[in-house]
Design a protein around this ligand. Structure first.
Ligand SMILES: Cc1cc2nc3c(=O)[nH]c(=O)nc-3n(C[C@H](O)[C@H](O)[C@H](O)COP(=O)(O)OP(=O)(O)OC[C@H]3O[C@@H](n4cnc5c(N)ncnc54)[C@H](O)[C@@H]3O)c2cc1C
Length: 619
């Protein structure tokens, strides 16, 4: 059997590992893996200079590539693990780098510093780990399986009945009986409005950086004479921030109290920063969790939610879902406040912890135990706290205070901090949300709310940057490198400058404009020859299985596949047997596809790989 894996990112590496694990001993298998970037893929490319300093936003002890879907789930902090990114860095990494001098020397220095569960790996080191993983599993592969990595893009796929013919970017042809295509985030074709911005920049000698993978931006043309309008305050923003400051020669110094001070080089451009919501997401708390350690919910359990669905014609109403989720967050917030109480003995603490197990006791706990716990928190307000601010000066004061409070909270840790510990359980409980979402346990009308309101809520609270990045942002603001703009930040141009405006009616002129975000996930506008050809052939089509109240399709930007096996469904609603698509182009049909595997928690990428490999090998 000939198998083609298009894309060499974590998803197809999980499929590869699973194929090796599951292929019968008497079955000959040839696997060709294609990607224009090295093994590990574009996000983790160790040869992009920026990836030597850009950080992952997942702790190194919580990342693995070894497909452990068959292994028992272990929620203990001391789960026996030998294969995380962190454990590799502490053991085999140096030997591997010695054997592979082609990798930049920066990674040798990094692994020496990557010593504990509180550390993040650079994205590039993740790419080196992927290379080691590939070498390791390839070396252990039995002789009936042959694996070849081909560093080129697949530009076309034609159904051969049986099987498929693939054409690569360098003109080679390959046959495959089965194909798995996991392309990750794809760049978008520039819309007419973006083309106008690009043309304007070219005509005026200004600089425009449309949404793309941040590590690929080259800001060498920007200097102290530029004012840069930066739109977006999410993870890409924090990447760009580093390139526009430290990479221009500035230095972050640690002060006595542990906070940072920025010492400019004088070659940094001035930055005007803003976004729709106006605030960056919350920082990840200092790590206190083991590789597989997940919070065990008391209220937001699958059993409880399925019971509600059974009582409601198979659906969990969104409002009920949010009420229970918010209840769980408040519970975690309360128990962490109680754990931090000084001046009480252990027995009383246990008594209070027992008392708050019952939500009806929450309003009574302060009187009962003479405490001043915050028992009534609005999580909606945590995610969207700026609504009542009416002037830019009040907003800027608030922005700085918000960062200071976020840093103080994150320093208490992702398990024990009242707020950051509560935000972090959104990550731990994502599997339950995904289960409800992917098994269509919500009302059709609620899917839109989940994709907009809830996505924003989840992202603002639990998909933030490493703490150090927020500390750096604060130091840059204090050093006068940054002007904070208000929410509803939008950018256009006049005859000579880029022009940004915000909710407070402020106007900012810039000589450069950076869209600090990835291209939107939408296969219809993807700038990929393969996607364009598949669309033209009608082999891929938008998912039409959930409709909006106005009758339009909610998921028309998402590629339609079978929800169990990921087999592609074409524009005539026929199965393209043997052709599977996985991952990010399915976002919306599936919940939260943009993740890296976490060890021993039946992580989504491994669970999905098991189903696809079953469909390939045992159909
Ligand atoms: C900048 C950035 C940072 C991220 N950081 C984190 C993080 O810290 N933690 C986390 O959990 N998640 C992170 N993510 C989410 C990320 O999507 C996942 O972690 C993971 O990489 C997804 O794996 P994948 O294999 O689906 O996609 P990818 O890793 O994106 O890999 C897909 C690969 O397919 C290749 N490809 C596409 N089209 C073709 C073609 N026609 N022919 C051949 N190859 C093709 C691409 O070149 C790419 O290498 C990040 C994403 C981005 C973009």
């Amino acid at each position: 059997m000939q198998i083609a894996l298009i894309g060499a990112g974590p998803r197809n590496l999980a499929i590869l590992d699973r194929l090796i694990q599951k292929n019968p001993a008497n079955h000959a298998l040839t696997i060709n893996i294609f990607d224009p970037y090295p093994i590990g893929g574009r996000v983790w490319n160790p040869y992009f200079k920026n990836n030597q300093t850009y950080l992952m936003n997942t702790y190194a002890n919580q990342v693995t590539l070894f497909n452990d879907i068959d292994d028992a789930y272990d929620n203990s902090e001391t789960a026996h693990l030998t294969s995380t990114l962190l454990s590799w860095a502490q053991t085999s990494a140096l030997g591997f780098l010695n054997d592979h001098p082609e990798f930049p020397v920066a990674y040798r220095e990094e692994i020496i510093a990557l010593i504990s569960m509180e550390t993040y790996s650079s994205r590039g080191l993740m790419g080196v780990y992927a290379a080691w993983f590939f070498e390791t599993i390839s070396a252990a592969t039995p002789s009936n399986i042959s694996i070849r990595f081909r560093q080129t893009a697949v530009d076309d796929l034609i159904v051969a009945n049986p099987g498929f013919n693939l054409i690569t970017n360098d003109g080679e042809k390959f046959f495959a009986d089965e194909v798995v295509y996991s392309p990750g985030h794809l760049d978008a074709v520039l819309s007419p409005a973006k083309k106008d911005l690009a043309n304007f920049a070219a005509d005026q000698g200004l600089h425009y950086y449309p949404a793309s993978h941040p590590a690929e931006n080259d800001f060498t043309a920007l200097n102290e004479n530029d004012t840069v309008l930066v739109q977006g305050l999410g993870l890409s923003f924090f990447d760009d921030l580093l390139s526009l400051t430290a990479a221009k020669g500035g230095v972050f110094l640690t002060k006595d109290d542990g906070s940072l001070q920025y010492q400019p080089s004088g070659h940094e451009p001035h930055l005007v920063i803003g976004s729709g919501s106006g605030l960056p997401p919350r920082s990840h708390g200092f790590n206190q969790k083991g590789p597989s350690q997940l919070y065990e919910p008391r209220f937001f359990t699958l059993k409880h939610l399925e019971k509600i669905a059974n009582e409601n014609k198979g659906h969990v109403p969104y409002q009920t879902f949010r009420r229970i989720l918010d209840q769980e967050l408040t519970y975690k917030y309360l128990i962490n406040q109680i754990r931090l109480l000084a001046d009480i003995d252990d027995q009383t603490r246990e008594e209070i912890l027992d008392f708050v197990k019952e939500p009806t006791n929450w309003p009574l706990v302060n009187t009962q135990y003479k405490l001043s716990l915050n028992t009534n928190i609005s999580w909606e307000n945590e995610a969207n706290p700026t609504r009542d601010l009416t002037t830019i000066s009040a907003y800027r004061t608030f922005f700085v205070k918000h960062l200071e409070e976020d840093i103080a909270s994150a320093e208490l840790g992702n398990n024990f901090s009242p707020l950051s510990g509560a935000y972090d359980i959104l990550r731990d409980m994502r599997g339950t949300v995904r289960y409800l979402y992917n098994h269509r346990l919500f009302d059709e009308d609620d899917y839109q709310t989940l994709l907009t309101e809830f996505k924003y809520f989840d992202t603002q609270l639990s998909v933030g940057p490493p703490l150090i990045r927020t500390q750096q942002l604060l130091a840059l603001i204090e050093a006068g490198q940054i002007t904070i703009a208000g929410p509803n930040f939008s950018v256009s141009h006049d005859t000579t400058n880029f022009v940004a405006t915000d909710r407070f009616g402020q106007k900012y002129l810039g000589s450069a404009f950076i869209e600090a975000r990835l291209g939107r996930i939408n296969f219809q506008s993807a700038n990929s020859p393969l996607i364009k050809s598949l669309r033209q052939q009608g082999l891929i089509t938008g998912d039409n299985r959930i409709t909006n109240t106005d009758g339009t399709s909610l998921l028309s930007n998402t590629i339609k596949v079978d929800s169990v096996t990921n087999t592609v469904i074409d524009h005539n609603d026929n199965y393209v047997t043997g052709f599977f698509i996985a991952g990010i182009p399915l976002e919306g049909q599936q919940w939260f596809t943009t993740v890296i595997p976490r060890p021993h928690v039946k992580t989504i990428i491994f669970a999905e790989s098991a189903k696809i490999v079953d469909a390939i090998l045992y159909k």
